[in-house]
Design a protein around this ligand. Structure first.
Ligand SMILES: NC(=O)c1ccc[n+]([C@@H]2O[C@H](COP(=O)([O-])OP(=O)(O)OC[C@H]3O[C@@H](n4cnc5c(N)ncnc54)[C@H](OP(=O)(O)O)[C@@H]3O)[C@@H](O)[C@H]2O)c1
Length: 354
């Protein structure tokens, strides 16, 4: 009996092997045809989308490597960043011949990285902590808000090596609030953190008509810089201070929105908020937004859920930036469904159920 089963199993394996080889040969000859027929016009659109869920419809063999646009994602520590996974998922879903990959670039190493860019066939790059502030000094062109608030997270590099930078993180925040139908007009916001994203968040929130912004940060001068700069160019009432449990509790009492914009709680950062009990002072109607996307459910989000407060997660901000970043770096207009593909992808990646 066992011998008979084993024989059947061997035959089954042989058939599988035969079919696999046949498919491979067919795929390779088809790829050759695709490679020959790629024109410049088609370089971002090798294949059409099959499903709105973003079924994988592209693989490395289907891309013409001479035309692949490589988009480094730089930061330190970069090990916990999932943004490249997200971009690659979206490129694959829509047949875009581009690829993002994470690169560990430590603080102070930007000059070396920037000079290496010319060898990379890269139309630009994406930057995360700790480079957003430092990058502003290297740009040939930069918009006012990104310059004033010292925040660049997306850089376009033209054929002559000329660099144009923008801080597009704010688009993610506003998009995520819009998706959750949060009306920002007249609201009081408490923001923790005054790093690279803080000023650009503040600038976008001001444009949406918030009434007051309090910024608390470990390094108090940085919080003061963002608060004072915002107050000098908008009508928003601002306050700043050190991020202590006492200051946080005081500001939380009247805040409609809490934005967690530090690296505390981020995977690989090695640190977290020492005491979140101040969140208990937030009004019942308050929204809590988390910038950190890995892990999806940080201590801040967990605490907000315990307190039955409304939450906006880091992944929601991240997917809301995709459109702006793809348009700016690649000149490619991502379809509307890219956002849902991104959210589904994140939930799968982290085995997370929303
Ligand atoms: N979801 C998204 O779409 C999205 C987009 C952008 C960024 N992010 C995330 O947002 C976070 C902040 O990004 P960033 O570019 O602003 O980073 P950054 O420039 O490196 O700033 C880090 C911030 O965290 C604070 N911090 C770091 N270690 C601390 C500690 N041990 N105790 C207290 N505060 C500490 C810093 O305070 P000091 O000023 O005192 O150093 C600063 O305010 C990162 O986790 C990033 O991944 C998410």
């Amino acid at each position: 009996m066992w011998k008979y089963i084993e024989k059947l199993f061997n035959i089954y394996n042989k058939i599988r092997e035969f079919l696999y080889k046949k498919r491979l040969t067919k795929d390779i000859s088809r790829d050759n045809i695709i490679m020959k027929s790629i024109s410049n016009k088609e370089k971002y659109n090798l294949k059409k989308v099959r499903t709105s869920k973003g079924e994988e419809n592209m693989n490395l063999l289907e891309m013409n490597p001479h035309e692949t646009k490589y988009i480094p994602l730089i930061g330190s520590p970069i090990g916990g960043s999932t943004a490249s996974f997200l971009y690659n998922k979206i490129f694959a879903s829509f047949g875009v011949n581009a690829m993002s990959y994470p690169v560990e670039v430590k603080k102070g190493e930007l000059p070396e990285f920037l000079s290496a860019m010319k060898y990379m066939n890269a139309p630009g790059f994406i930057a995360t902590s700790p480079h957003k502030q430092d990058l502003t000094a290297f740009m040939d062109e930069i918009d006012d808000a990104s310059r004033i608030f010292r925040s660049v997270n997306a850089v376009h590099v033209d054929k002559n090596g000329r660099m144009e930078g923008h801080g597009l993180d704010g688009k993610g925040v506003i998009g995520a609030f819009d998706d959750n139908k949060v009306d920002l007009k007249g609201k009081e916001v408490l923001m923790l953190g005054a790093g690279g994203i803080s000023g650009i968040f503040a600038s976008e929130l001001a444009q949406r008509g918030i009434r007051k912004l309090t910024i608390l940060n470990r390094t108090e001068e940085k919080a003061r810089y963002v608060a004072d700069t915002l107050a000098s160019c908008t009508e928003v009432v601002t306050a700043s201070g050190a991020y202590t449990a006492e200051n946080a509790r005081k500001a939380a009492k009247t805040a409609d929105i809490l934005i967690q914009a530090t690296t505390l709680g981020m995977k690989g950062s090695g640190h977290d908020h020492p005491d979140l009990s101040f969140m208990e002072a937030l009004p019942r109607h308050a929204w809590v937004m988390e910038a950190v996307s890995n892990p999806p459910e940080t201590a801040v989000i967990k605490k907000a859920k315990e307190l039955n407060l409304n939450t906006v997660m880091g992944m929601e901000m991240l997917v809301n930036q995709v459109k702006a970043i793809c348009r700016f770096i690649l000149g490619w207009e991502a379809p509307q469904e890219a956002k849902q593909i991104g959210i589904d992808f994140y939930c799968d990646l982290f085995h997370y159920r929303r």
